[in-house]
Every structure is written in C-alpha cells, then in structure tokens.
Design a protein around this ligand. Structure first.
Ligand code: NDP
Ligand code: 8X3
Length: 258
C-alpha cells in the first residue's frame, strides 16, 4: 500500500501545470486533496480528474497568494476540512515578463515577487500550524533552475527563485527537531502555462520556447513530488535540481532541426 494513502495534501497553484499534475499524481496514491488557485472552473476540472485518478476526496477553494486575507481565508477553509496536513506543496507562482532591468516594469517585478516570494512566505506562515504538530509531514516548495543561475532579462524571476531557495533553507532550520521535512524542488525548462503567462497570453511566442527540444512535462515534476513526499519520515530530501536531458545548462538547450 502507498505510504501516502489517506494523507491530506494541500497544493497551491493547482489549476494548471505542475499543480494540476500533482493533484492527479497524489490522487493516484489515494490521498485527500485541498486545491487552491484563482481560476475556479479550472480547479473544478482538476478536482474531477484527481478523483478519477483515485483521490479519496478532492476539494477546492479560491486562493490568491498575493493577498494575505485570501491566504488566511483559504487556510480557515482548510482547517474546517482537516486538523492536520501531511503534505504542503507551495507551487503557485511564475514569471511575468522577460525584459532587461533597463526597461522592465514595476508591475511585472511586483507580480513576480508577490507570488513567488511573499506568496510562499504567507502560505507557509498560515499553513504551519497544520503541519508542525504532525512529525513526518512534508513541505515541498517549488523553486527553479533560475534560482541557481541568473540569466539576462530574468532578473526579478531569478531573484524570486533564489529567494525561494533561501526561504526553504531557513524553514528547514526553523523546523529543526519538529520532524517536519522541507524540500526545494527546482525544475528547469518545463512545458506548462508558464511561458504563456510570462508573455502575457502570446501563445506563438510561448510555443517557440519549447521548439525542437524535449522539455520536462508537468507529470515529471508531479512524479518527483510524490517520490519526495513518500520517503520514510526520517528521510529529508533537501533539494532537487531537475532538468530536461536536452538542457545541459540554462541556455545550452539542444534543439533538433527538421
Ligand atoms: P502554470 O502557469 O501552468 O501554473 C501556475 C499556477 O500558479 C497556476 O495554477 C496558477 O493558477 C497559480 N498562480 C499564479 N498566480 C497565483 C496567485 N496569485 N495565487 C494563487 N495561485 C496562483 O506554470 P507551472 O506549472 O510551470 O508553474 C508552477 C510553479 O513552477 C511556479 O512556481 C513556477 O515558477 C515554477 N517553475 C516552472 C518552470 C517551468 O519551466 N514551467 C520551471 C521551474 C519552476 P491561477 O492562475 O488559476 O491562480
Ligand atoms: C522556469 C525555468 O529557465 O525559464 O522556472 O527560468 S526558466
């Protein structure tokens, strides 16, 4: 039987990409799911798919991690469903824009930092009471290759994901002695709605990012989350950097020509 059967798993950013794939992957392990994001129609479809995959329950609720009141009301809702969380996946985030510092906008910087840094801090603060009383529980924060390596035109996003790594490392120290496990899962190039959001709905530009190469898929990341969370309670996976085989380094990306 899966070690994760019957476990409560909270996933932020569950309406698409990694979060949606995670809902199905943890569902297939027989978990009970609490799903959050802003787009409710998408969440509803993800909850249905997760139940079909085997989730014992898949509940969803509006969540905007950029707003403290929204995070607090989401956690109040979660507390009505369960007294404890076994897995917390802080996944909500993304990049806004791909511009040099000289021309980037406050709006894009603020959206990037609000979601990936402040959103992560807010969610963690609010959810911790449901986690700390539960030794063996596991917090997985989604970082990025961008938190390891800077690239031009990505200053705010690279800073945000470097921030995520430092927040995760600090949290690991703060959880010392509690039995709570903490991991930063840091993917490289992955095909999701990430680039569509980064390029503000420009589908053609987003598609070009993945042209001729074989990026990671959300299911690859979801499978890794399940592996991290299902290690025995005495095993903490501190950090994983996972890249496509085609991505030897941030811009050393192998592309097949026709
Ligand atoms: P997607 O754009 O497909 O998913 C992003 C998710 O985050 C959506 O469910 C979105 O939901 C949610 N989200 C965004 N803003 C907010 C908000 N303010 N409040 C609540 N939820 C929010 O991209 P990915 O699945 O690729 O991204 C997931 C995470 O992985 C992000 O943190 C991203 O930075 C990171 N990442 C992505 C990589 C990639 O190449 N794709 C590589 C490395 C890391 P909604 O819009 O409905 O609120
Ligand atoms: C997303 C990966 O390389 O586009 O976090 O920054 S990258």
């Amino acid at each position: 039987m899966s070690r994760l059967k019957n476990k409560w798993v909270l996933i932020t950013g569950a309406s698409s990409g990694f979060g949606a794939a995670a809902a199905c992957a943890f569902g297939a392990e027989g978990c009970k799911l609490l799903l959050g994001a802003r787009r409710q129609e998408k969440l509803k479809a993800v909850a249905t798919a997760a139940k079909k995959a085997g989730a014992l329950t898949a509940l969803y609720h509006p969540l905007d991690v950029t707003k403290t009141a929204s995070v607090e009301s989401f956690i109040a809702w979660a507390k009505e469903k369960t007294g404890k969380l076994d897995v917390l996946i802080n996944n909500a985030g993304g990049a806004h824009g791909l511009d040099p510092i000289a021309t980037a906008t406050d709006e894009d910087w603020e959206a990037t930092l609000q979601t990936n840094v402040f959103g992560l801090l807010r969610m963690t603060r609010a959810a911790l009471p449901l986690v700390v009383s539960n030794p063996g529980s596991c917090i997985i924060n989604i970082g990025s290759l961008a938190g390891h390596t800077a690239y031009e035109n990505g200053a705010a996003y690279c800073a945000a994901k470097a921030g995520e790594r430092k927040i995760t490392q600090a949290l690991r120290l703060e959880m010392y002695g509690t039995g709570v496990r903490v991991c930063s899962l840091d993917p490289g190039l992955s095909e999701s709605e990430f680039s569509v959001v980064r390029f503000k709905g420009d589908q053609a530009r987003a598609k070009k990012v993945y042209e001729g190469t074989h990026p990671l898929q959300p299911e690859d990341i979801a499978e890794t989350m399940v592996w991290v969370a299902s290690r025995p309670a005495h095993v903490n996976i501190d950090e994983i950097l996972i890249k496509p085989t085609d991505q030897a380094a941030i811009y050393k990306l192998y592309r097949r020509t026709k």
